[in-house]
Design a protein around this ligand. Structure first.
Ligand code: SD4
Length: 299
C-alpha cells in the first residue's frame, strides 16, 4: 500500500522520533501534531545531550532551549533561550497558536510558557552538569563533527530537525535543540530561526539543518534548500547546493565544522547532504518503512 504519510528526521535517533510522529498521524492527528509529537521524543530523553532534558548547558551552566514549528500555510512559532521547560517545541507551537507573534526569546519565552501551564523543571541532569564542570577545566570551545551520533561524549549536540507530509500533501516541520554545548550565554543558533534551521513551503517541500548553526544562519540555509527545490532540484541536489555554497563561502574558516541539510519535496521524497561524512537521517512512513540512511557529503 502507498504511504499515507512520511516523516524524516536528522540523525540516528530520528527513527524513534519519527515513529511517534507516524503513530500520531495514524491516530488521526494533523501533520503539525505529528512533527510536534516526534520532536517531543528526544526532548524528554535524558540521554540526548542536545535537546531538552539532559541537554548540555551554556558556559554559565544554564540549559537554554531553541525550537521552531512551521506548517505550509504560513503558521510559525518559535522560542529561543527558553529555560526550565522541557518541551520547547510545544511552547513554540503555543506561540504559533496563542499569540499574535512568531518568536519569543529569553525570559519572555519562559514567562509565556509558565503562564500557559508548562511545568517548571530543572533541565540540568547530573551527567550534563558533570560534563560542564569538566569542560570548565579547559574552557575550550571547539565543536566536534558528528558528535550527535556518539552518545555520552563530552560535546554532543543532538539537534533534531523534522519534516513531514500527510496523506493529503500537507507539509510541516519542527526543529528543537539545546544548541551547541557550552555556547556563550544568549547565543542562538540556526535551529529556531525560520529559514535557517527550518523552512516549509506549500507546493514545494520542507528542509531542516543540523550542525554548527552559525554556518547555516549566514546563508539562511533551509530557505535556500527549499528555493532550490522550487526551482526544480531534487531534495538531495538542493541540500548539496546549499552545502557547496557554505564550502565556497567559508573555505578554510570551516575547519572541521559539520553541517547537514535534510529535505523533503511535495511528493514526500527525501534527500540529504552534509559537509563531512557521518551525517545520518531517518525516514519512516505509514507503510511501516523505517530506515536510517547515511547522507552523501562533500569530503
Ligand atoms: C545549533 N544547529 O544550535 C544547532 C546544533 C546542532 O546537532 O545541530 N546540533 O547550532
Amino acid at each position: 500500500a502507498p504511504a499515507i504519510g512520511v516523516i524524516a528526521s536528522t540523525w540516528d535517533f530520528g527513527a524513534a522520533a519519527n515513529a511517534a510522529g507516524i503513530a500520531r498521524l495514524t491516530a488521526g492527528g494533523t501533520i503539525v501534531d505529528a512533527v510536534e509529537a516526534a520532536a517531543r521524543v528526544p526532548e524528554a530523553d535524558p540521554e540526548n545531550h542536545s535537546v531538552g532534558y539532559g541537554g548540555y548547558p551554556d558556559r554559565d551552566g544554564r540549559v537554554t532551549l531553541d525550537a521552531v514549528i512551521m506548517d505550509d500555510a504560513g503558521h510559525v512559532g518559535a522560542v529561543a533561550a527558553l529555560e526550565h521547560v522541557i518541551h520547547a517545541i510545544s511552547v513554540a507551537r503555543a506561540v504559533m497558536e496563542k499569540t499574535p507573534h512568531t518568536f519569543l526569546v529569553g525570559d519572555g519565552a519562559t514567562q509565556f510558557a509558565l503562564a500557559n501551564g508548562f511545568p517548571r523543571q530543572n533541565l540540568l541532569t547530573p551527567p550534563a552538569e558533570k560534563a560542564w564542570r569538566d569542560w570548565l577545566k579547559t574552557a575550550q570551545y571547539k565543536p566536534i563533527a558528528n558528535i550527535e551520533n556518539q552518545r555520552g561524549s563530552a560535546l554532543d549536540h543532538d539537534t533534531i530537525g523534522i519534516v513531514g507530509r500527510d496523506a493529503s500533501g500537507r507539509l510541516a516541520g519542527a526543529c528543537t535543540t539545546s544548541g551547541m554545548a557550552f555556547k556563550m550565554h544568549g547565543r542562538v543558533g540556526d535551529s529556531p530561526q525560520v529559514g535557517s534551521g527550518l523552512f516549509v513551503e506549500a507546493g514545494v517541500g520542507g528542509a531542516t539543518a543540523t550542525g554548527v548553526g552559525e554556518e547555516v544562519t549566514r546563508i539562511a540555509g533551509s530557505a535556500r534548500v527549499v528555493a532550490s527545490m522550487r526551482g526544480g532540484m531534487s531534495p538531495q541536489a538542493a541540500c548539496r547546493e546549499a552545502v557547496m555554497h557554505i564550502a565556497r563561502l567559508r573555505g578554510d574558516a570551516l575547519k572541521d565544522a559539520q553541517v547537514g541539510f535534510l529535505a523533503m519535496n511535495e511528493a514526500g521524497e527525501v534527500g540529504a547532504f552534509a559537509l563531512l561524512p557521518g551525517f545520518t537521517y531517518a525516514v519512516n512512513d505509514t507503510t511501516g518503512r523505517a530506515v536510517v540512511l547515511k547522507a552523501a557529503n562533500l569530503a
